[in-house]
Every structure is written in structure tokens, then in C-alpha cells.
Design a protein around this ligand. Structure first.
Ligand code: FES
Length: 83
């Protein structure tokens, strides 16, 4: 990996990741470099990206963006079909 901050996120996959999340605070990975590609693990430190904090109030299934291009992070909106 380059020492320079990257301007484009890493595309983990051109699909969503469906997960059942319990109530809590989560940090979605926006750089696409975390080990699981979904949640921040600090791998963004060499980039200009920061994680997106989101709160789940009620346990539910969510579809999280893996292409990292959704304008509605952390949620998939189908943008992966356009890239
Ligand atoms: S590891 Fe990707 S935003 Fe933190």
C-alpha cells in the first residue's frame, strides 16, 4: 500500500452484506481496507477516510454497502450496479 492517502475507497465487493445486528453503536468501514470489509478496524489510518458511526436502535437485518460508493452509508442503495 502507498504511503499517500488514497482518494478512492477499496471496493470490497459489488454487492451488499446482509447482517443481523443487535442494538448498539457500530463503526462502518468506509475505506474498504478493514479485515472484514464491513466494520472499521483501524486500517484506514494510512488513508484520508474515517469510519461512519451508526446506531441500531432495534435488532434488525441490514444490508451494508461493500462497494463503498453508496451515498447513504453504511446502507446499500444499489450503487454497486453502476460501478
Ligand atoms: S478500517 Fe476502513 S474506515 Fe476504518
Amino acid at each position: 500500500m502507498s504511503d499517500q492517502p488514497s482518494a478512492e475507497p477499496n471496493i470490497v465487493a459489488k454487492k451488499c452484506k446482509r447482517l443481523f445486528l443487535n442494538p448498539g453503536v457500530y463503526f462502518y468501514c468506509r475505506c474498504g481496507l478493514s479485515a472484514d470489509g464491513v466494520f472499521c478496524d483501524g486500517a484506514h489510518k494510512a488513508t484520508s477516510f474515517v469510519p461512519k458511526k451508526f446506531v441500531i436502535e432495534d435488532a434488525q437485518e441490514v444490508a451494508l454497502c461493500l462497494c463503498k460508493h453508496t451515498p447513504n452509508a453504511p446502507y446499500c442503495d444499489g450503487t454497486h450496479k453502476l460501478i
